[in-house]
Design a protein. Sequence first.
Length: 262
Amino acid sequence: MAIISLTTDWQHRDYYLGALKGRLLSICPGAQLVDLSHNVGNYNISQTSFIIKNAFVHFPKGSIHIIGVKSEETPEHPHVVVKYQDHYFIGADNGIFSLIMKGDPEEIVRIENIEKEDHFHTFPELNVFAKAASHIIKYNNLTELGSTQKELYRLVPIRALIQKGTITGQIIYIDSYGNVTTNISKELFESVRQEREFEILVQSNHYRISKINQNYHETSEGDFLALFNSSGLLEIAINKGNLAELLQLDINSDIRIKLHDY
């Protein structure tokens, strides 16, 4: 059974998702459709890449992942299928694949040989991506979809800044609980910290956290906490509260870690 995941920035009031699922079920009979997320911020490929990167690894190999965020084709950003770790990703080559993938993909093919319907030219998910998914399922190869492309368009992810005695990271994701994930990995934190005492500063010096939890319940309800989440990244939260809403935090807001010398 073929598995096709869907990630879009569509609102549920729109017909787009229903139309895409209907097309996929029509031309990919027996396929299992899985919704990754449809609450992504409009055109937000950073948020989209974070969701897909942390979800696709739990899918069976051979799964197909349709990316319906910032999906319009341009001369600089063509529609492509990318094979990576035995998964297939379909979308516009606008930098999102470089944010999802750590290493080089096995194959990159431009989608050039799909018969397009003129009245769906503004709906590439329906007009192109669904048909590309059908081709992959039927023929298990990419060569007939179009020409091979050597490299992907690359975006450079924002890195945490390391200065003497300080790590400055940015919020890269906010979940539905208002917990914020930063770009500070556990490996980076431990290598720079070197067992020193520390304070995590949220919103300048107003809120300080001086320990790392293993679980949320280690901190009393309503109090601030920090832990390394399932993505291996530093997460700041309020136990049974909404941190982002309370402090009006947003993507790219700074989180600082002050390290204390012995």
